[in-house]
Design a protein around this ligand. Structure first.
Ligand code: ADP
Ligand code: MG
Length: 334
C-alpha cells in the first residue's frame, strides 16, 4: 500500500513552444516529508510545481500521487493543493469565507463549511480574525489565511511556490518554522519551491537541486551541502571553494580551510595573498588570491571564527598559506 502523500514524477518534460523548461525530470517525494525544489531563477521549479498541481499540462511523462496516475486529472481532482506567492485572497470575502470557499464550490452547506474553516483558522493561529477582510490583515496574516484556504481541501500534498519571499526577514524566519510544524502535524507532504539555500537547508527533509530544467542533485540538506556532486551544486549552495586538481575538481568548505603563516609540512600549502576581509558577526570571511600556478581561478574564500581571527588578525596584502585535511576535500563528478 503506497502512502497517499507519496508522489513520483517519471521523465516529466514541459515545453513552451520550442523552449524546454523542464527536461525529463524523474523524482520521488516520500510520504509525510518536506521537500524543497531549489535552484536559480528560470531553472524550471515553478513549471514543475504547476504540473504537479495540474495548473500546467505535462508535455511528456507521468505524475503519480499515492496509487493514482494524476497526470491528466483536473487540479481539484488530484489531492493536491497549492499556495500561491501572492496569496490570491478574494478581497470582498471575509477571512472565514475565503477559507471556506472551496467547500462552498463543492456544495457543502454553510454551517458545516464555516465550522471547518474555523478549525483551519485555529491551526494557523488566526481564529480571532475570521470576520475581517483581507485588506485588514498584515502580509504575514494574509499568508496564514492562504495556507488555511489551501489546507481545507484536505490535500495529500501541499504545493508552495516561494511562499516566504514576500515577507520581511523576521516574519520569514517565523513562518519558516510554522510551515515545518504544520507539515509535521498534518503528516502530509509539502513541496516548497525556493531559490534560497538557507530556506531549503533549514526546512527540507529532501532537497532537489535544479539547474536548467534538470535535476543536479537530490539528497538530505546535509548531503547536498556537505557532499555536493557537481560544481554547480557546490557553487550554488555556497560556503564552498571549487579548486581544480589536474583534470578534476575538488570542493572544500570555506570553514575547513586553515590560514597559516608558514608553509605547512606535507599538506597542501597553497600560497595566497589576502585580498578582502569582511566581518560577519560570529565569523570573518577572508577572500584570498592563490599565488603562482593557481589551483583556483576564483578568489578562495575562508571563514574564520571571530575569536580565532582576533588572536592573530590578518591584513590585506599579507602572504599566507592555505591548508586543509585531505578528508575535507570532496571530489566532484562534473
Ligand atoms: P523558476 O520557477 O525556476 O524560476 P519557471 O518554471 O518559472 O522557472 O520557468 C522555467 C523556464 O520556462 C524559464 O525560461 C521561463 O521563462 C519559461 N517559462 C515559464 N513559464 C512560461 C510560459 N507560460 N510560457 C513560456 N515560457 C515560460
Ligand atoms: Mg518560479
Amino acid at each position: 500500500m503506497t502512502d497517499k502523500s507519496a508522489a513520483e514524477l517519471i521523465a516529466v518534460t514541459k515545453s513552451y513552444g520550442q523552449a524546454i523548461a523542464v527536461d525529463g525530470v524523474s523524482l520521488r517525494i516520500p510520504g509525510n516529508s518536506y521537500t524543497c525544489l531549489l535552484g536559480p531563477s528560470g531553472c524550471g521549479k515553478s513549471s514543475t510545481l504547476r504540473m504537479i498541481a495540474g495548473h500546467e499540462s505535462v508535455s511528456k511523462g507521468d505524475i503519480l500521487l499515492g496509487d493514482k496516475n494524476i497526470t491528466d486529472l483536473p487540479p481539484a481532482g488530484r489531492g493536491t493543493a497549492m499556495m500561491f506567492q501572492n496569496y490570491a485572497l478574494f478581497p470582498h470575502l471575509s477571512v472565514a469565507d475565503n477559507v471556506a470557499f472551496s467547500l462552498k464550490m463543492k456544495g457543502v452547506e454553510k454551517q458545516a463549511r464555516l465550522s471547518e474553516a474555523m478549525k483551519l483558522l485555529e491551526l494557523v493561529d488566526m481564529a480571532g480574525f475570521a470576520s475581517r477582510l483581507p485588506t485588514q490583515l498584515s502580509g504575514g496574516q494574509q499568508q496564514r489565511v492562504a495556507l488555511a484556504r489551501a489546507l481545507i481541501t484536505n490535500p495529500s500534498i501541499l504545493l508552495l511556490d516561494e511562499p516566504l519571499s514576500a515577507l520581511d526577514p523576521f516574519l520569514r524566519l517565523r513562518m519558516r518554522s510554522e510551515l515545518k510544524r504544520l507539515q509535521r502535524e498534518l503528516g502530509i507532504s509539502f513541496i516548497h519551491v525556493t531559490h534560497s539555500q538557507d530556506e531549503a537547508l533549514s526546512l527540507a527533509d529532501q532537497i532537489i537541486v535544479m539547474n536548467k530544467g534538470r535535476i543536479e542533485q537530490v539528497g538530505s540538506a546535509q548531503d547536498v551541502f556537505n557532499k555536493p556532486q557537481t560544481q554547480f551544486v557546490a557553487q550554488f549552495m555556497g560556503g564552498h571553494n571549487v579548486m581544480s586538481d589536474g583534470h578534476s575538481h575538488l570542493a572544500i568548505r570555506s570553514d575547513k580551510i586553515k590560514v597559516v603563516r608558514t608553509k605547512p609540512e606535507g599538506g597542501t600549502g597553497i600560497q595566497a595573498v589576502v585580498r578582502e576581509i569582511e566581518y560577519l558577526g560570529t565569523t570573518f570571511s577572508v577572500a584570498l588570491n592563490s599565488a603562482g600556478n593557481a589551483a583556483s581561478p576564483h578568489p578562495i574564500s575562508v571563514t574564520i571564527p571571530d575569536t580565532l581571527f582576533s588572536q592573530e588578525p590578518l591584513e590585506i596584502g599579507q602572504t599566507v598559506f592555505l591548508d586543509w585535511r585531505p578528508d575535507d576535500a570532496h571530489r566532484l563528478a562534473s
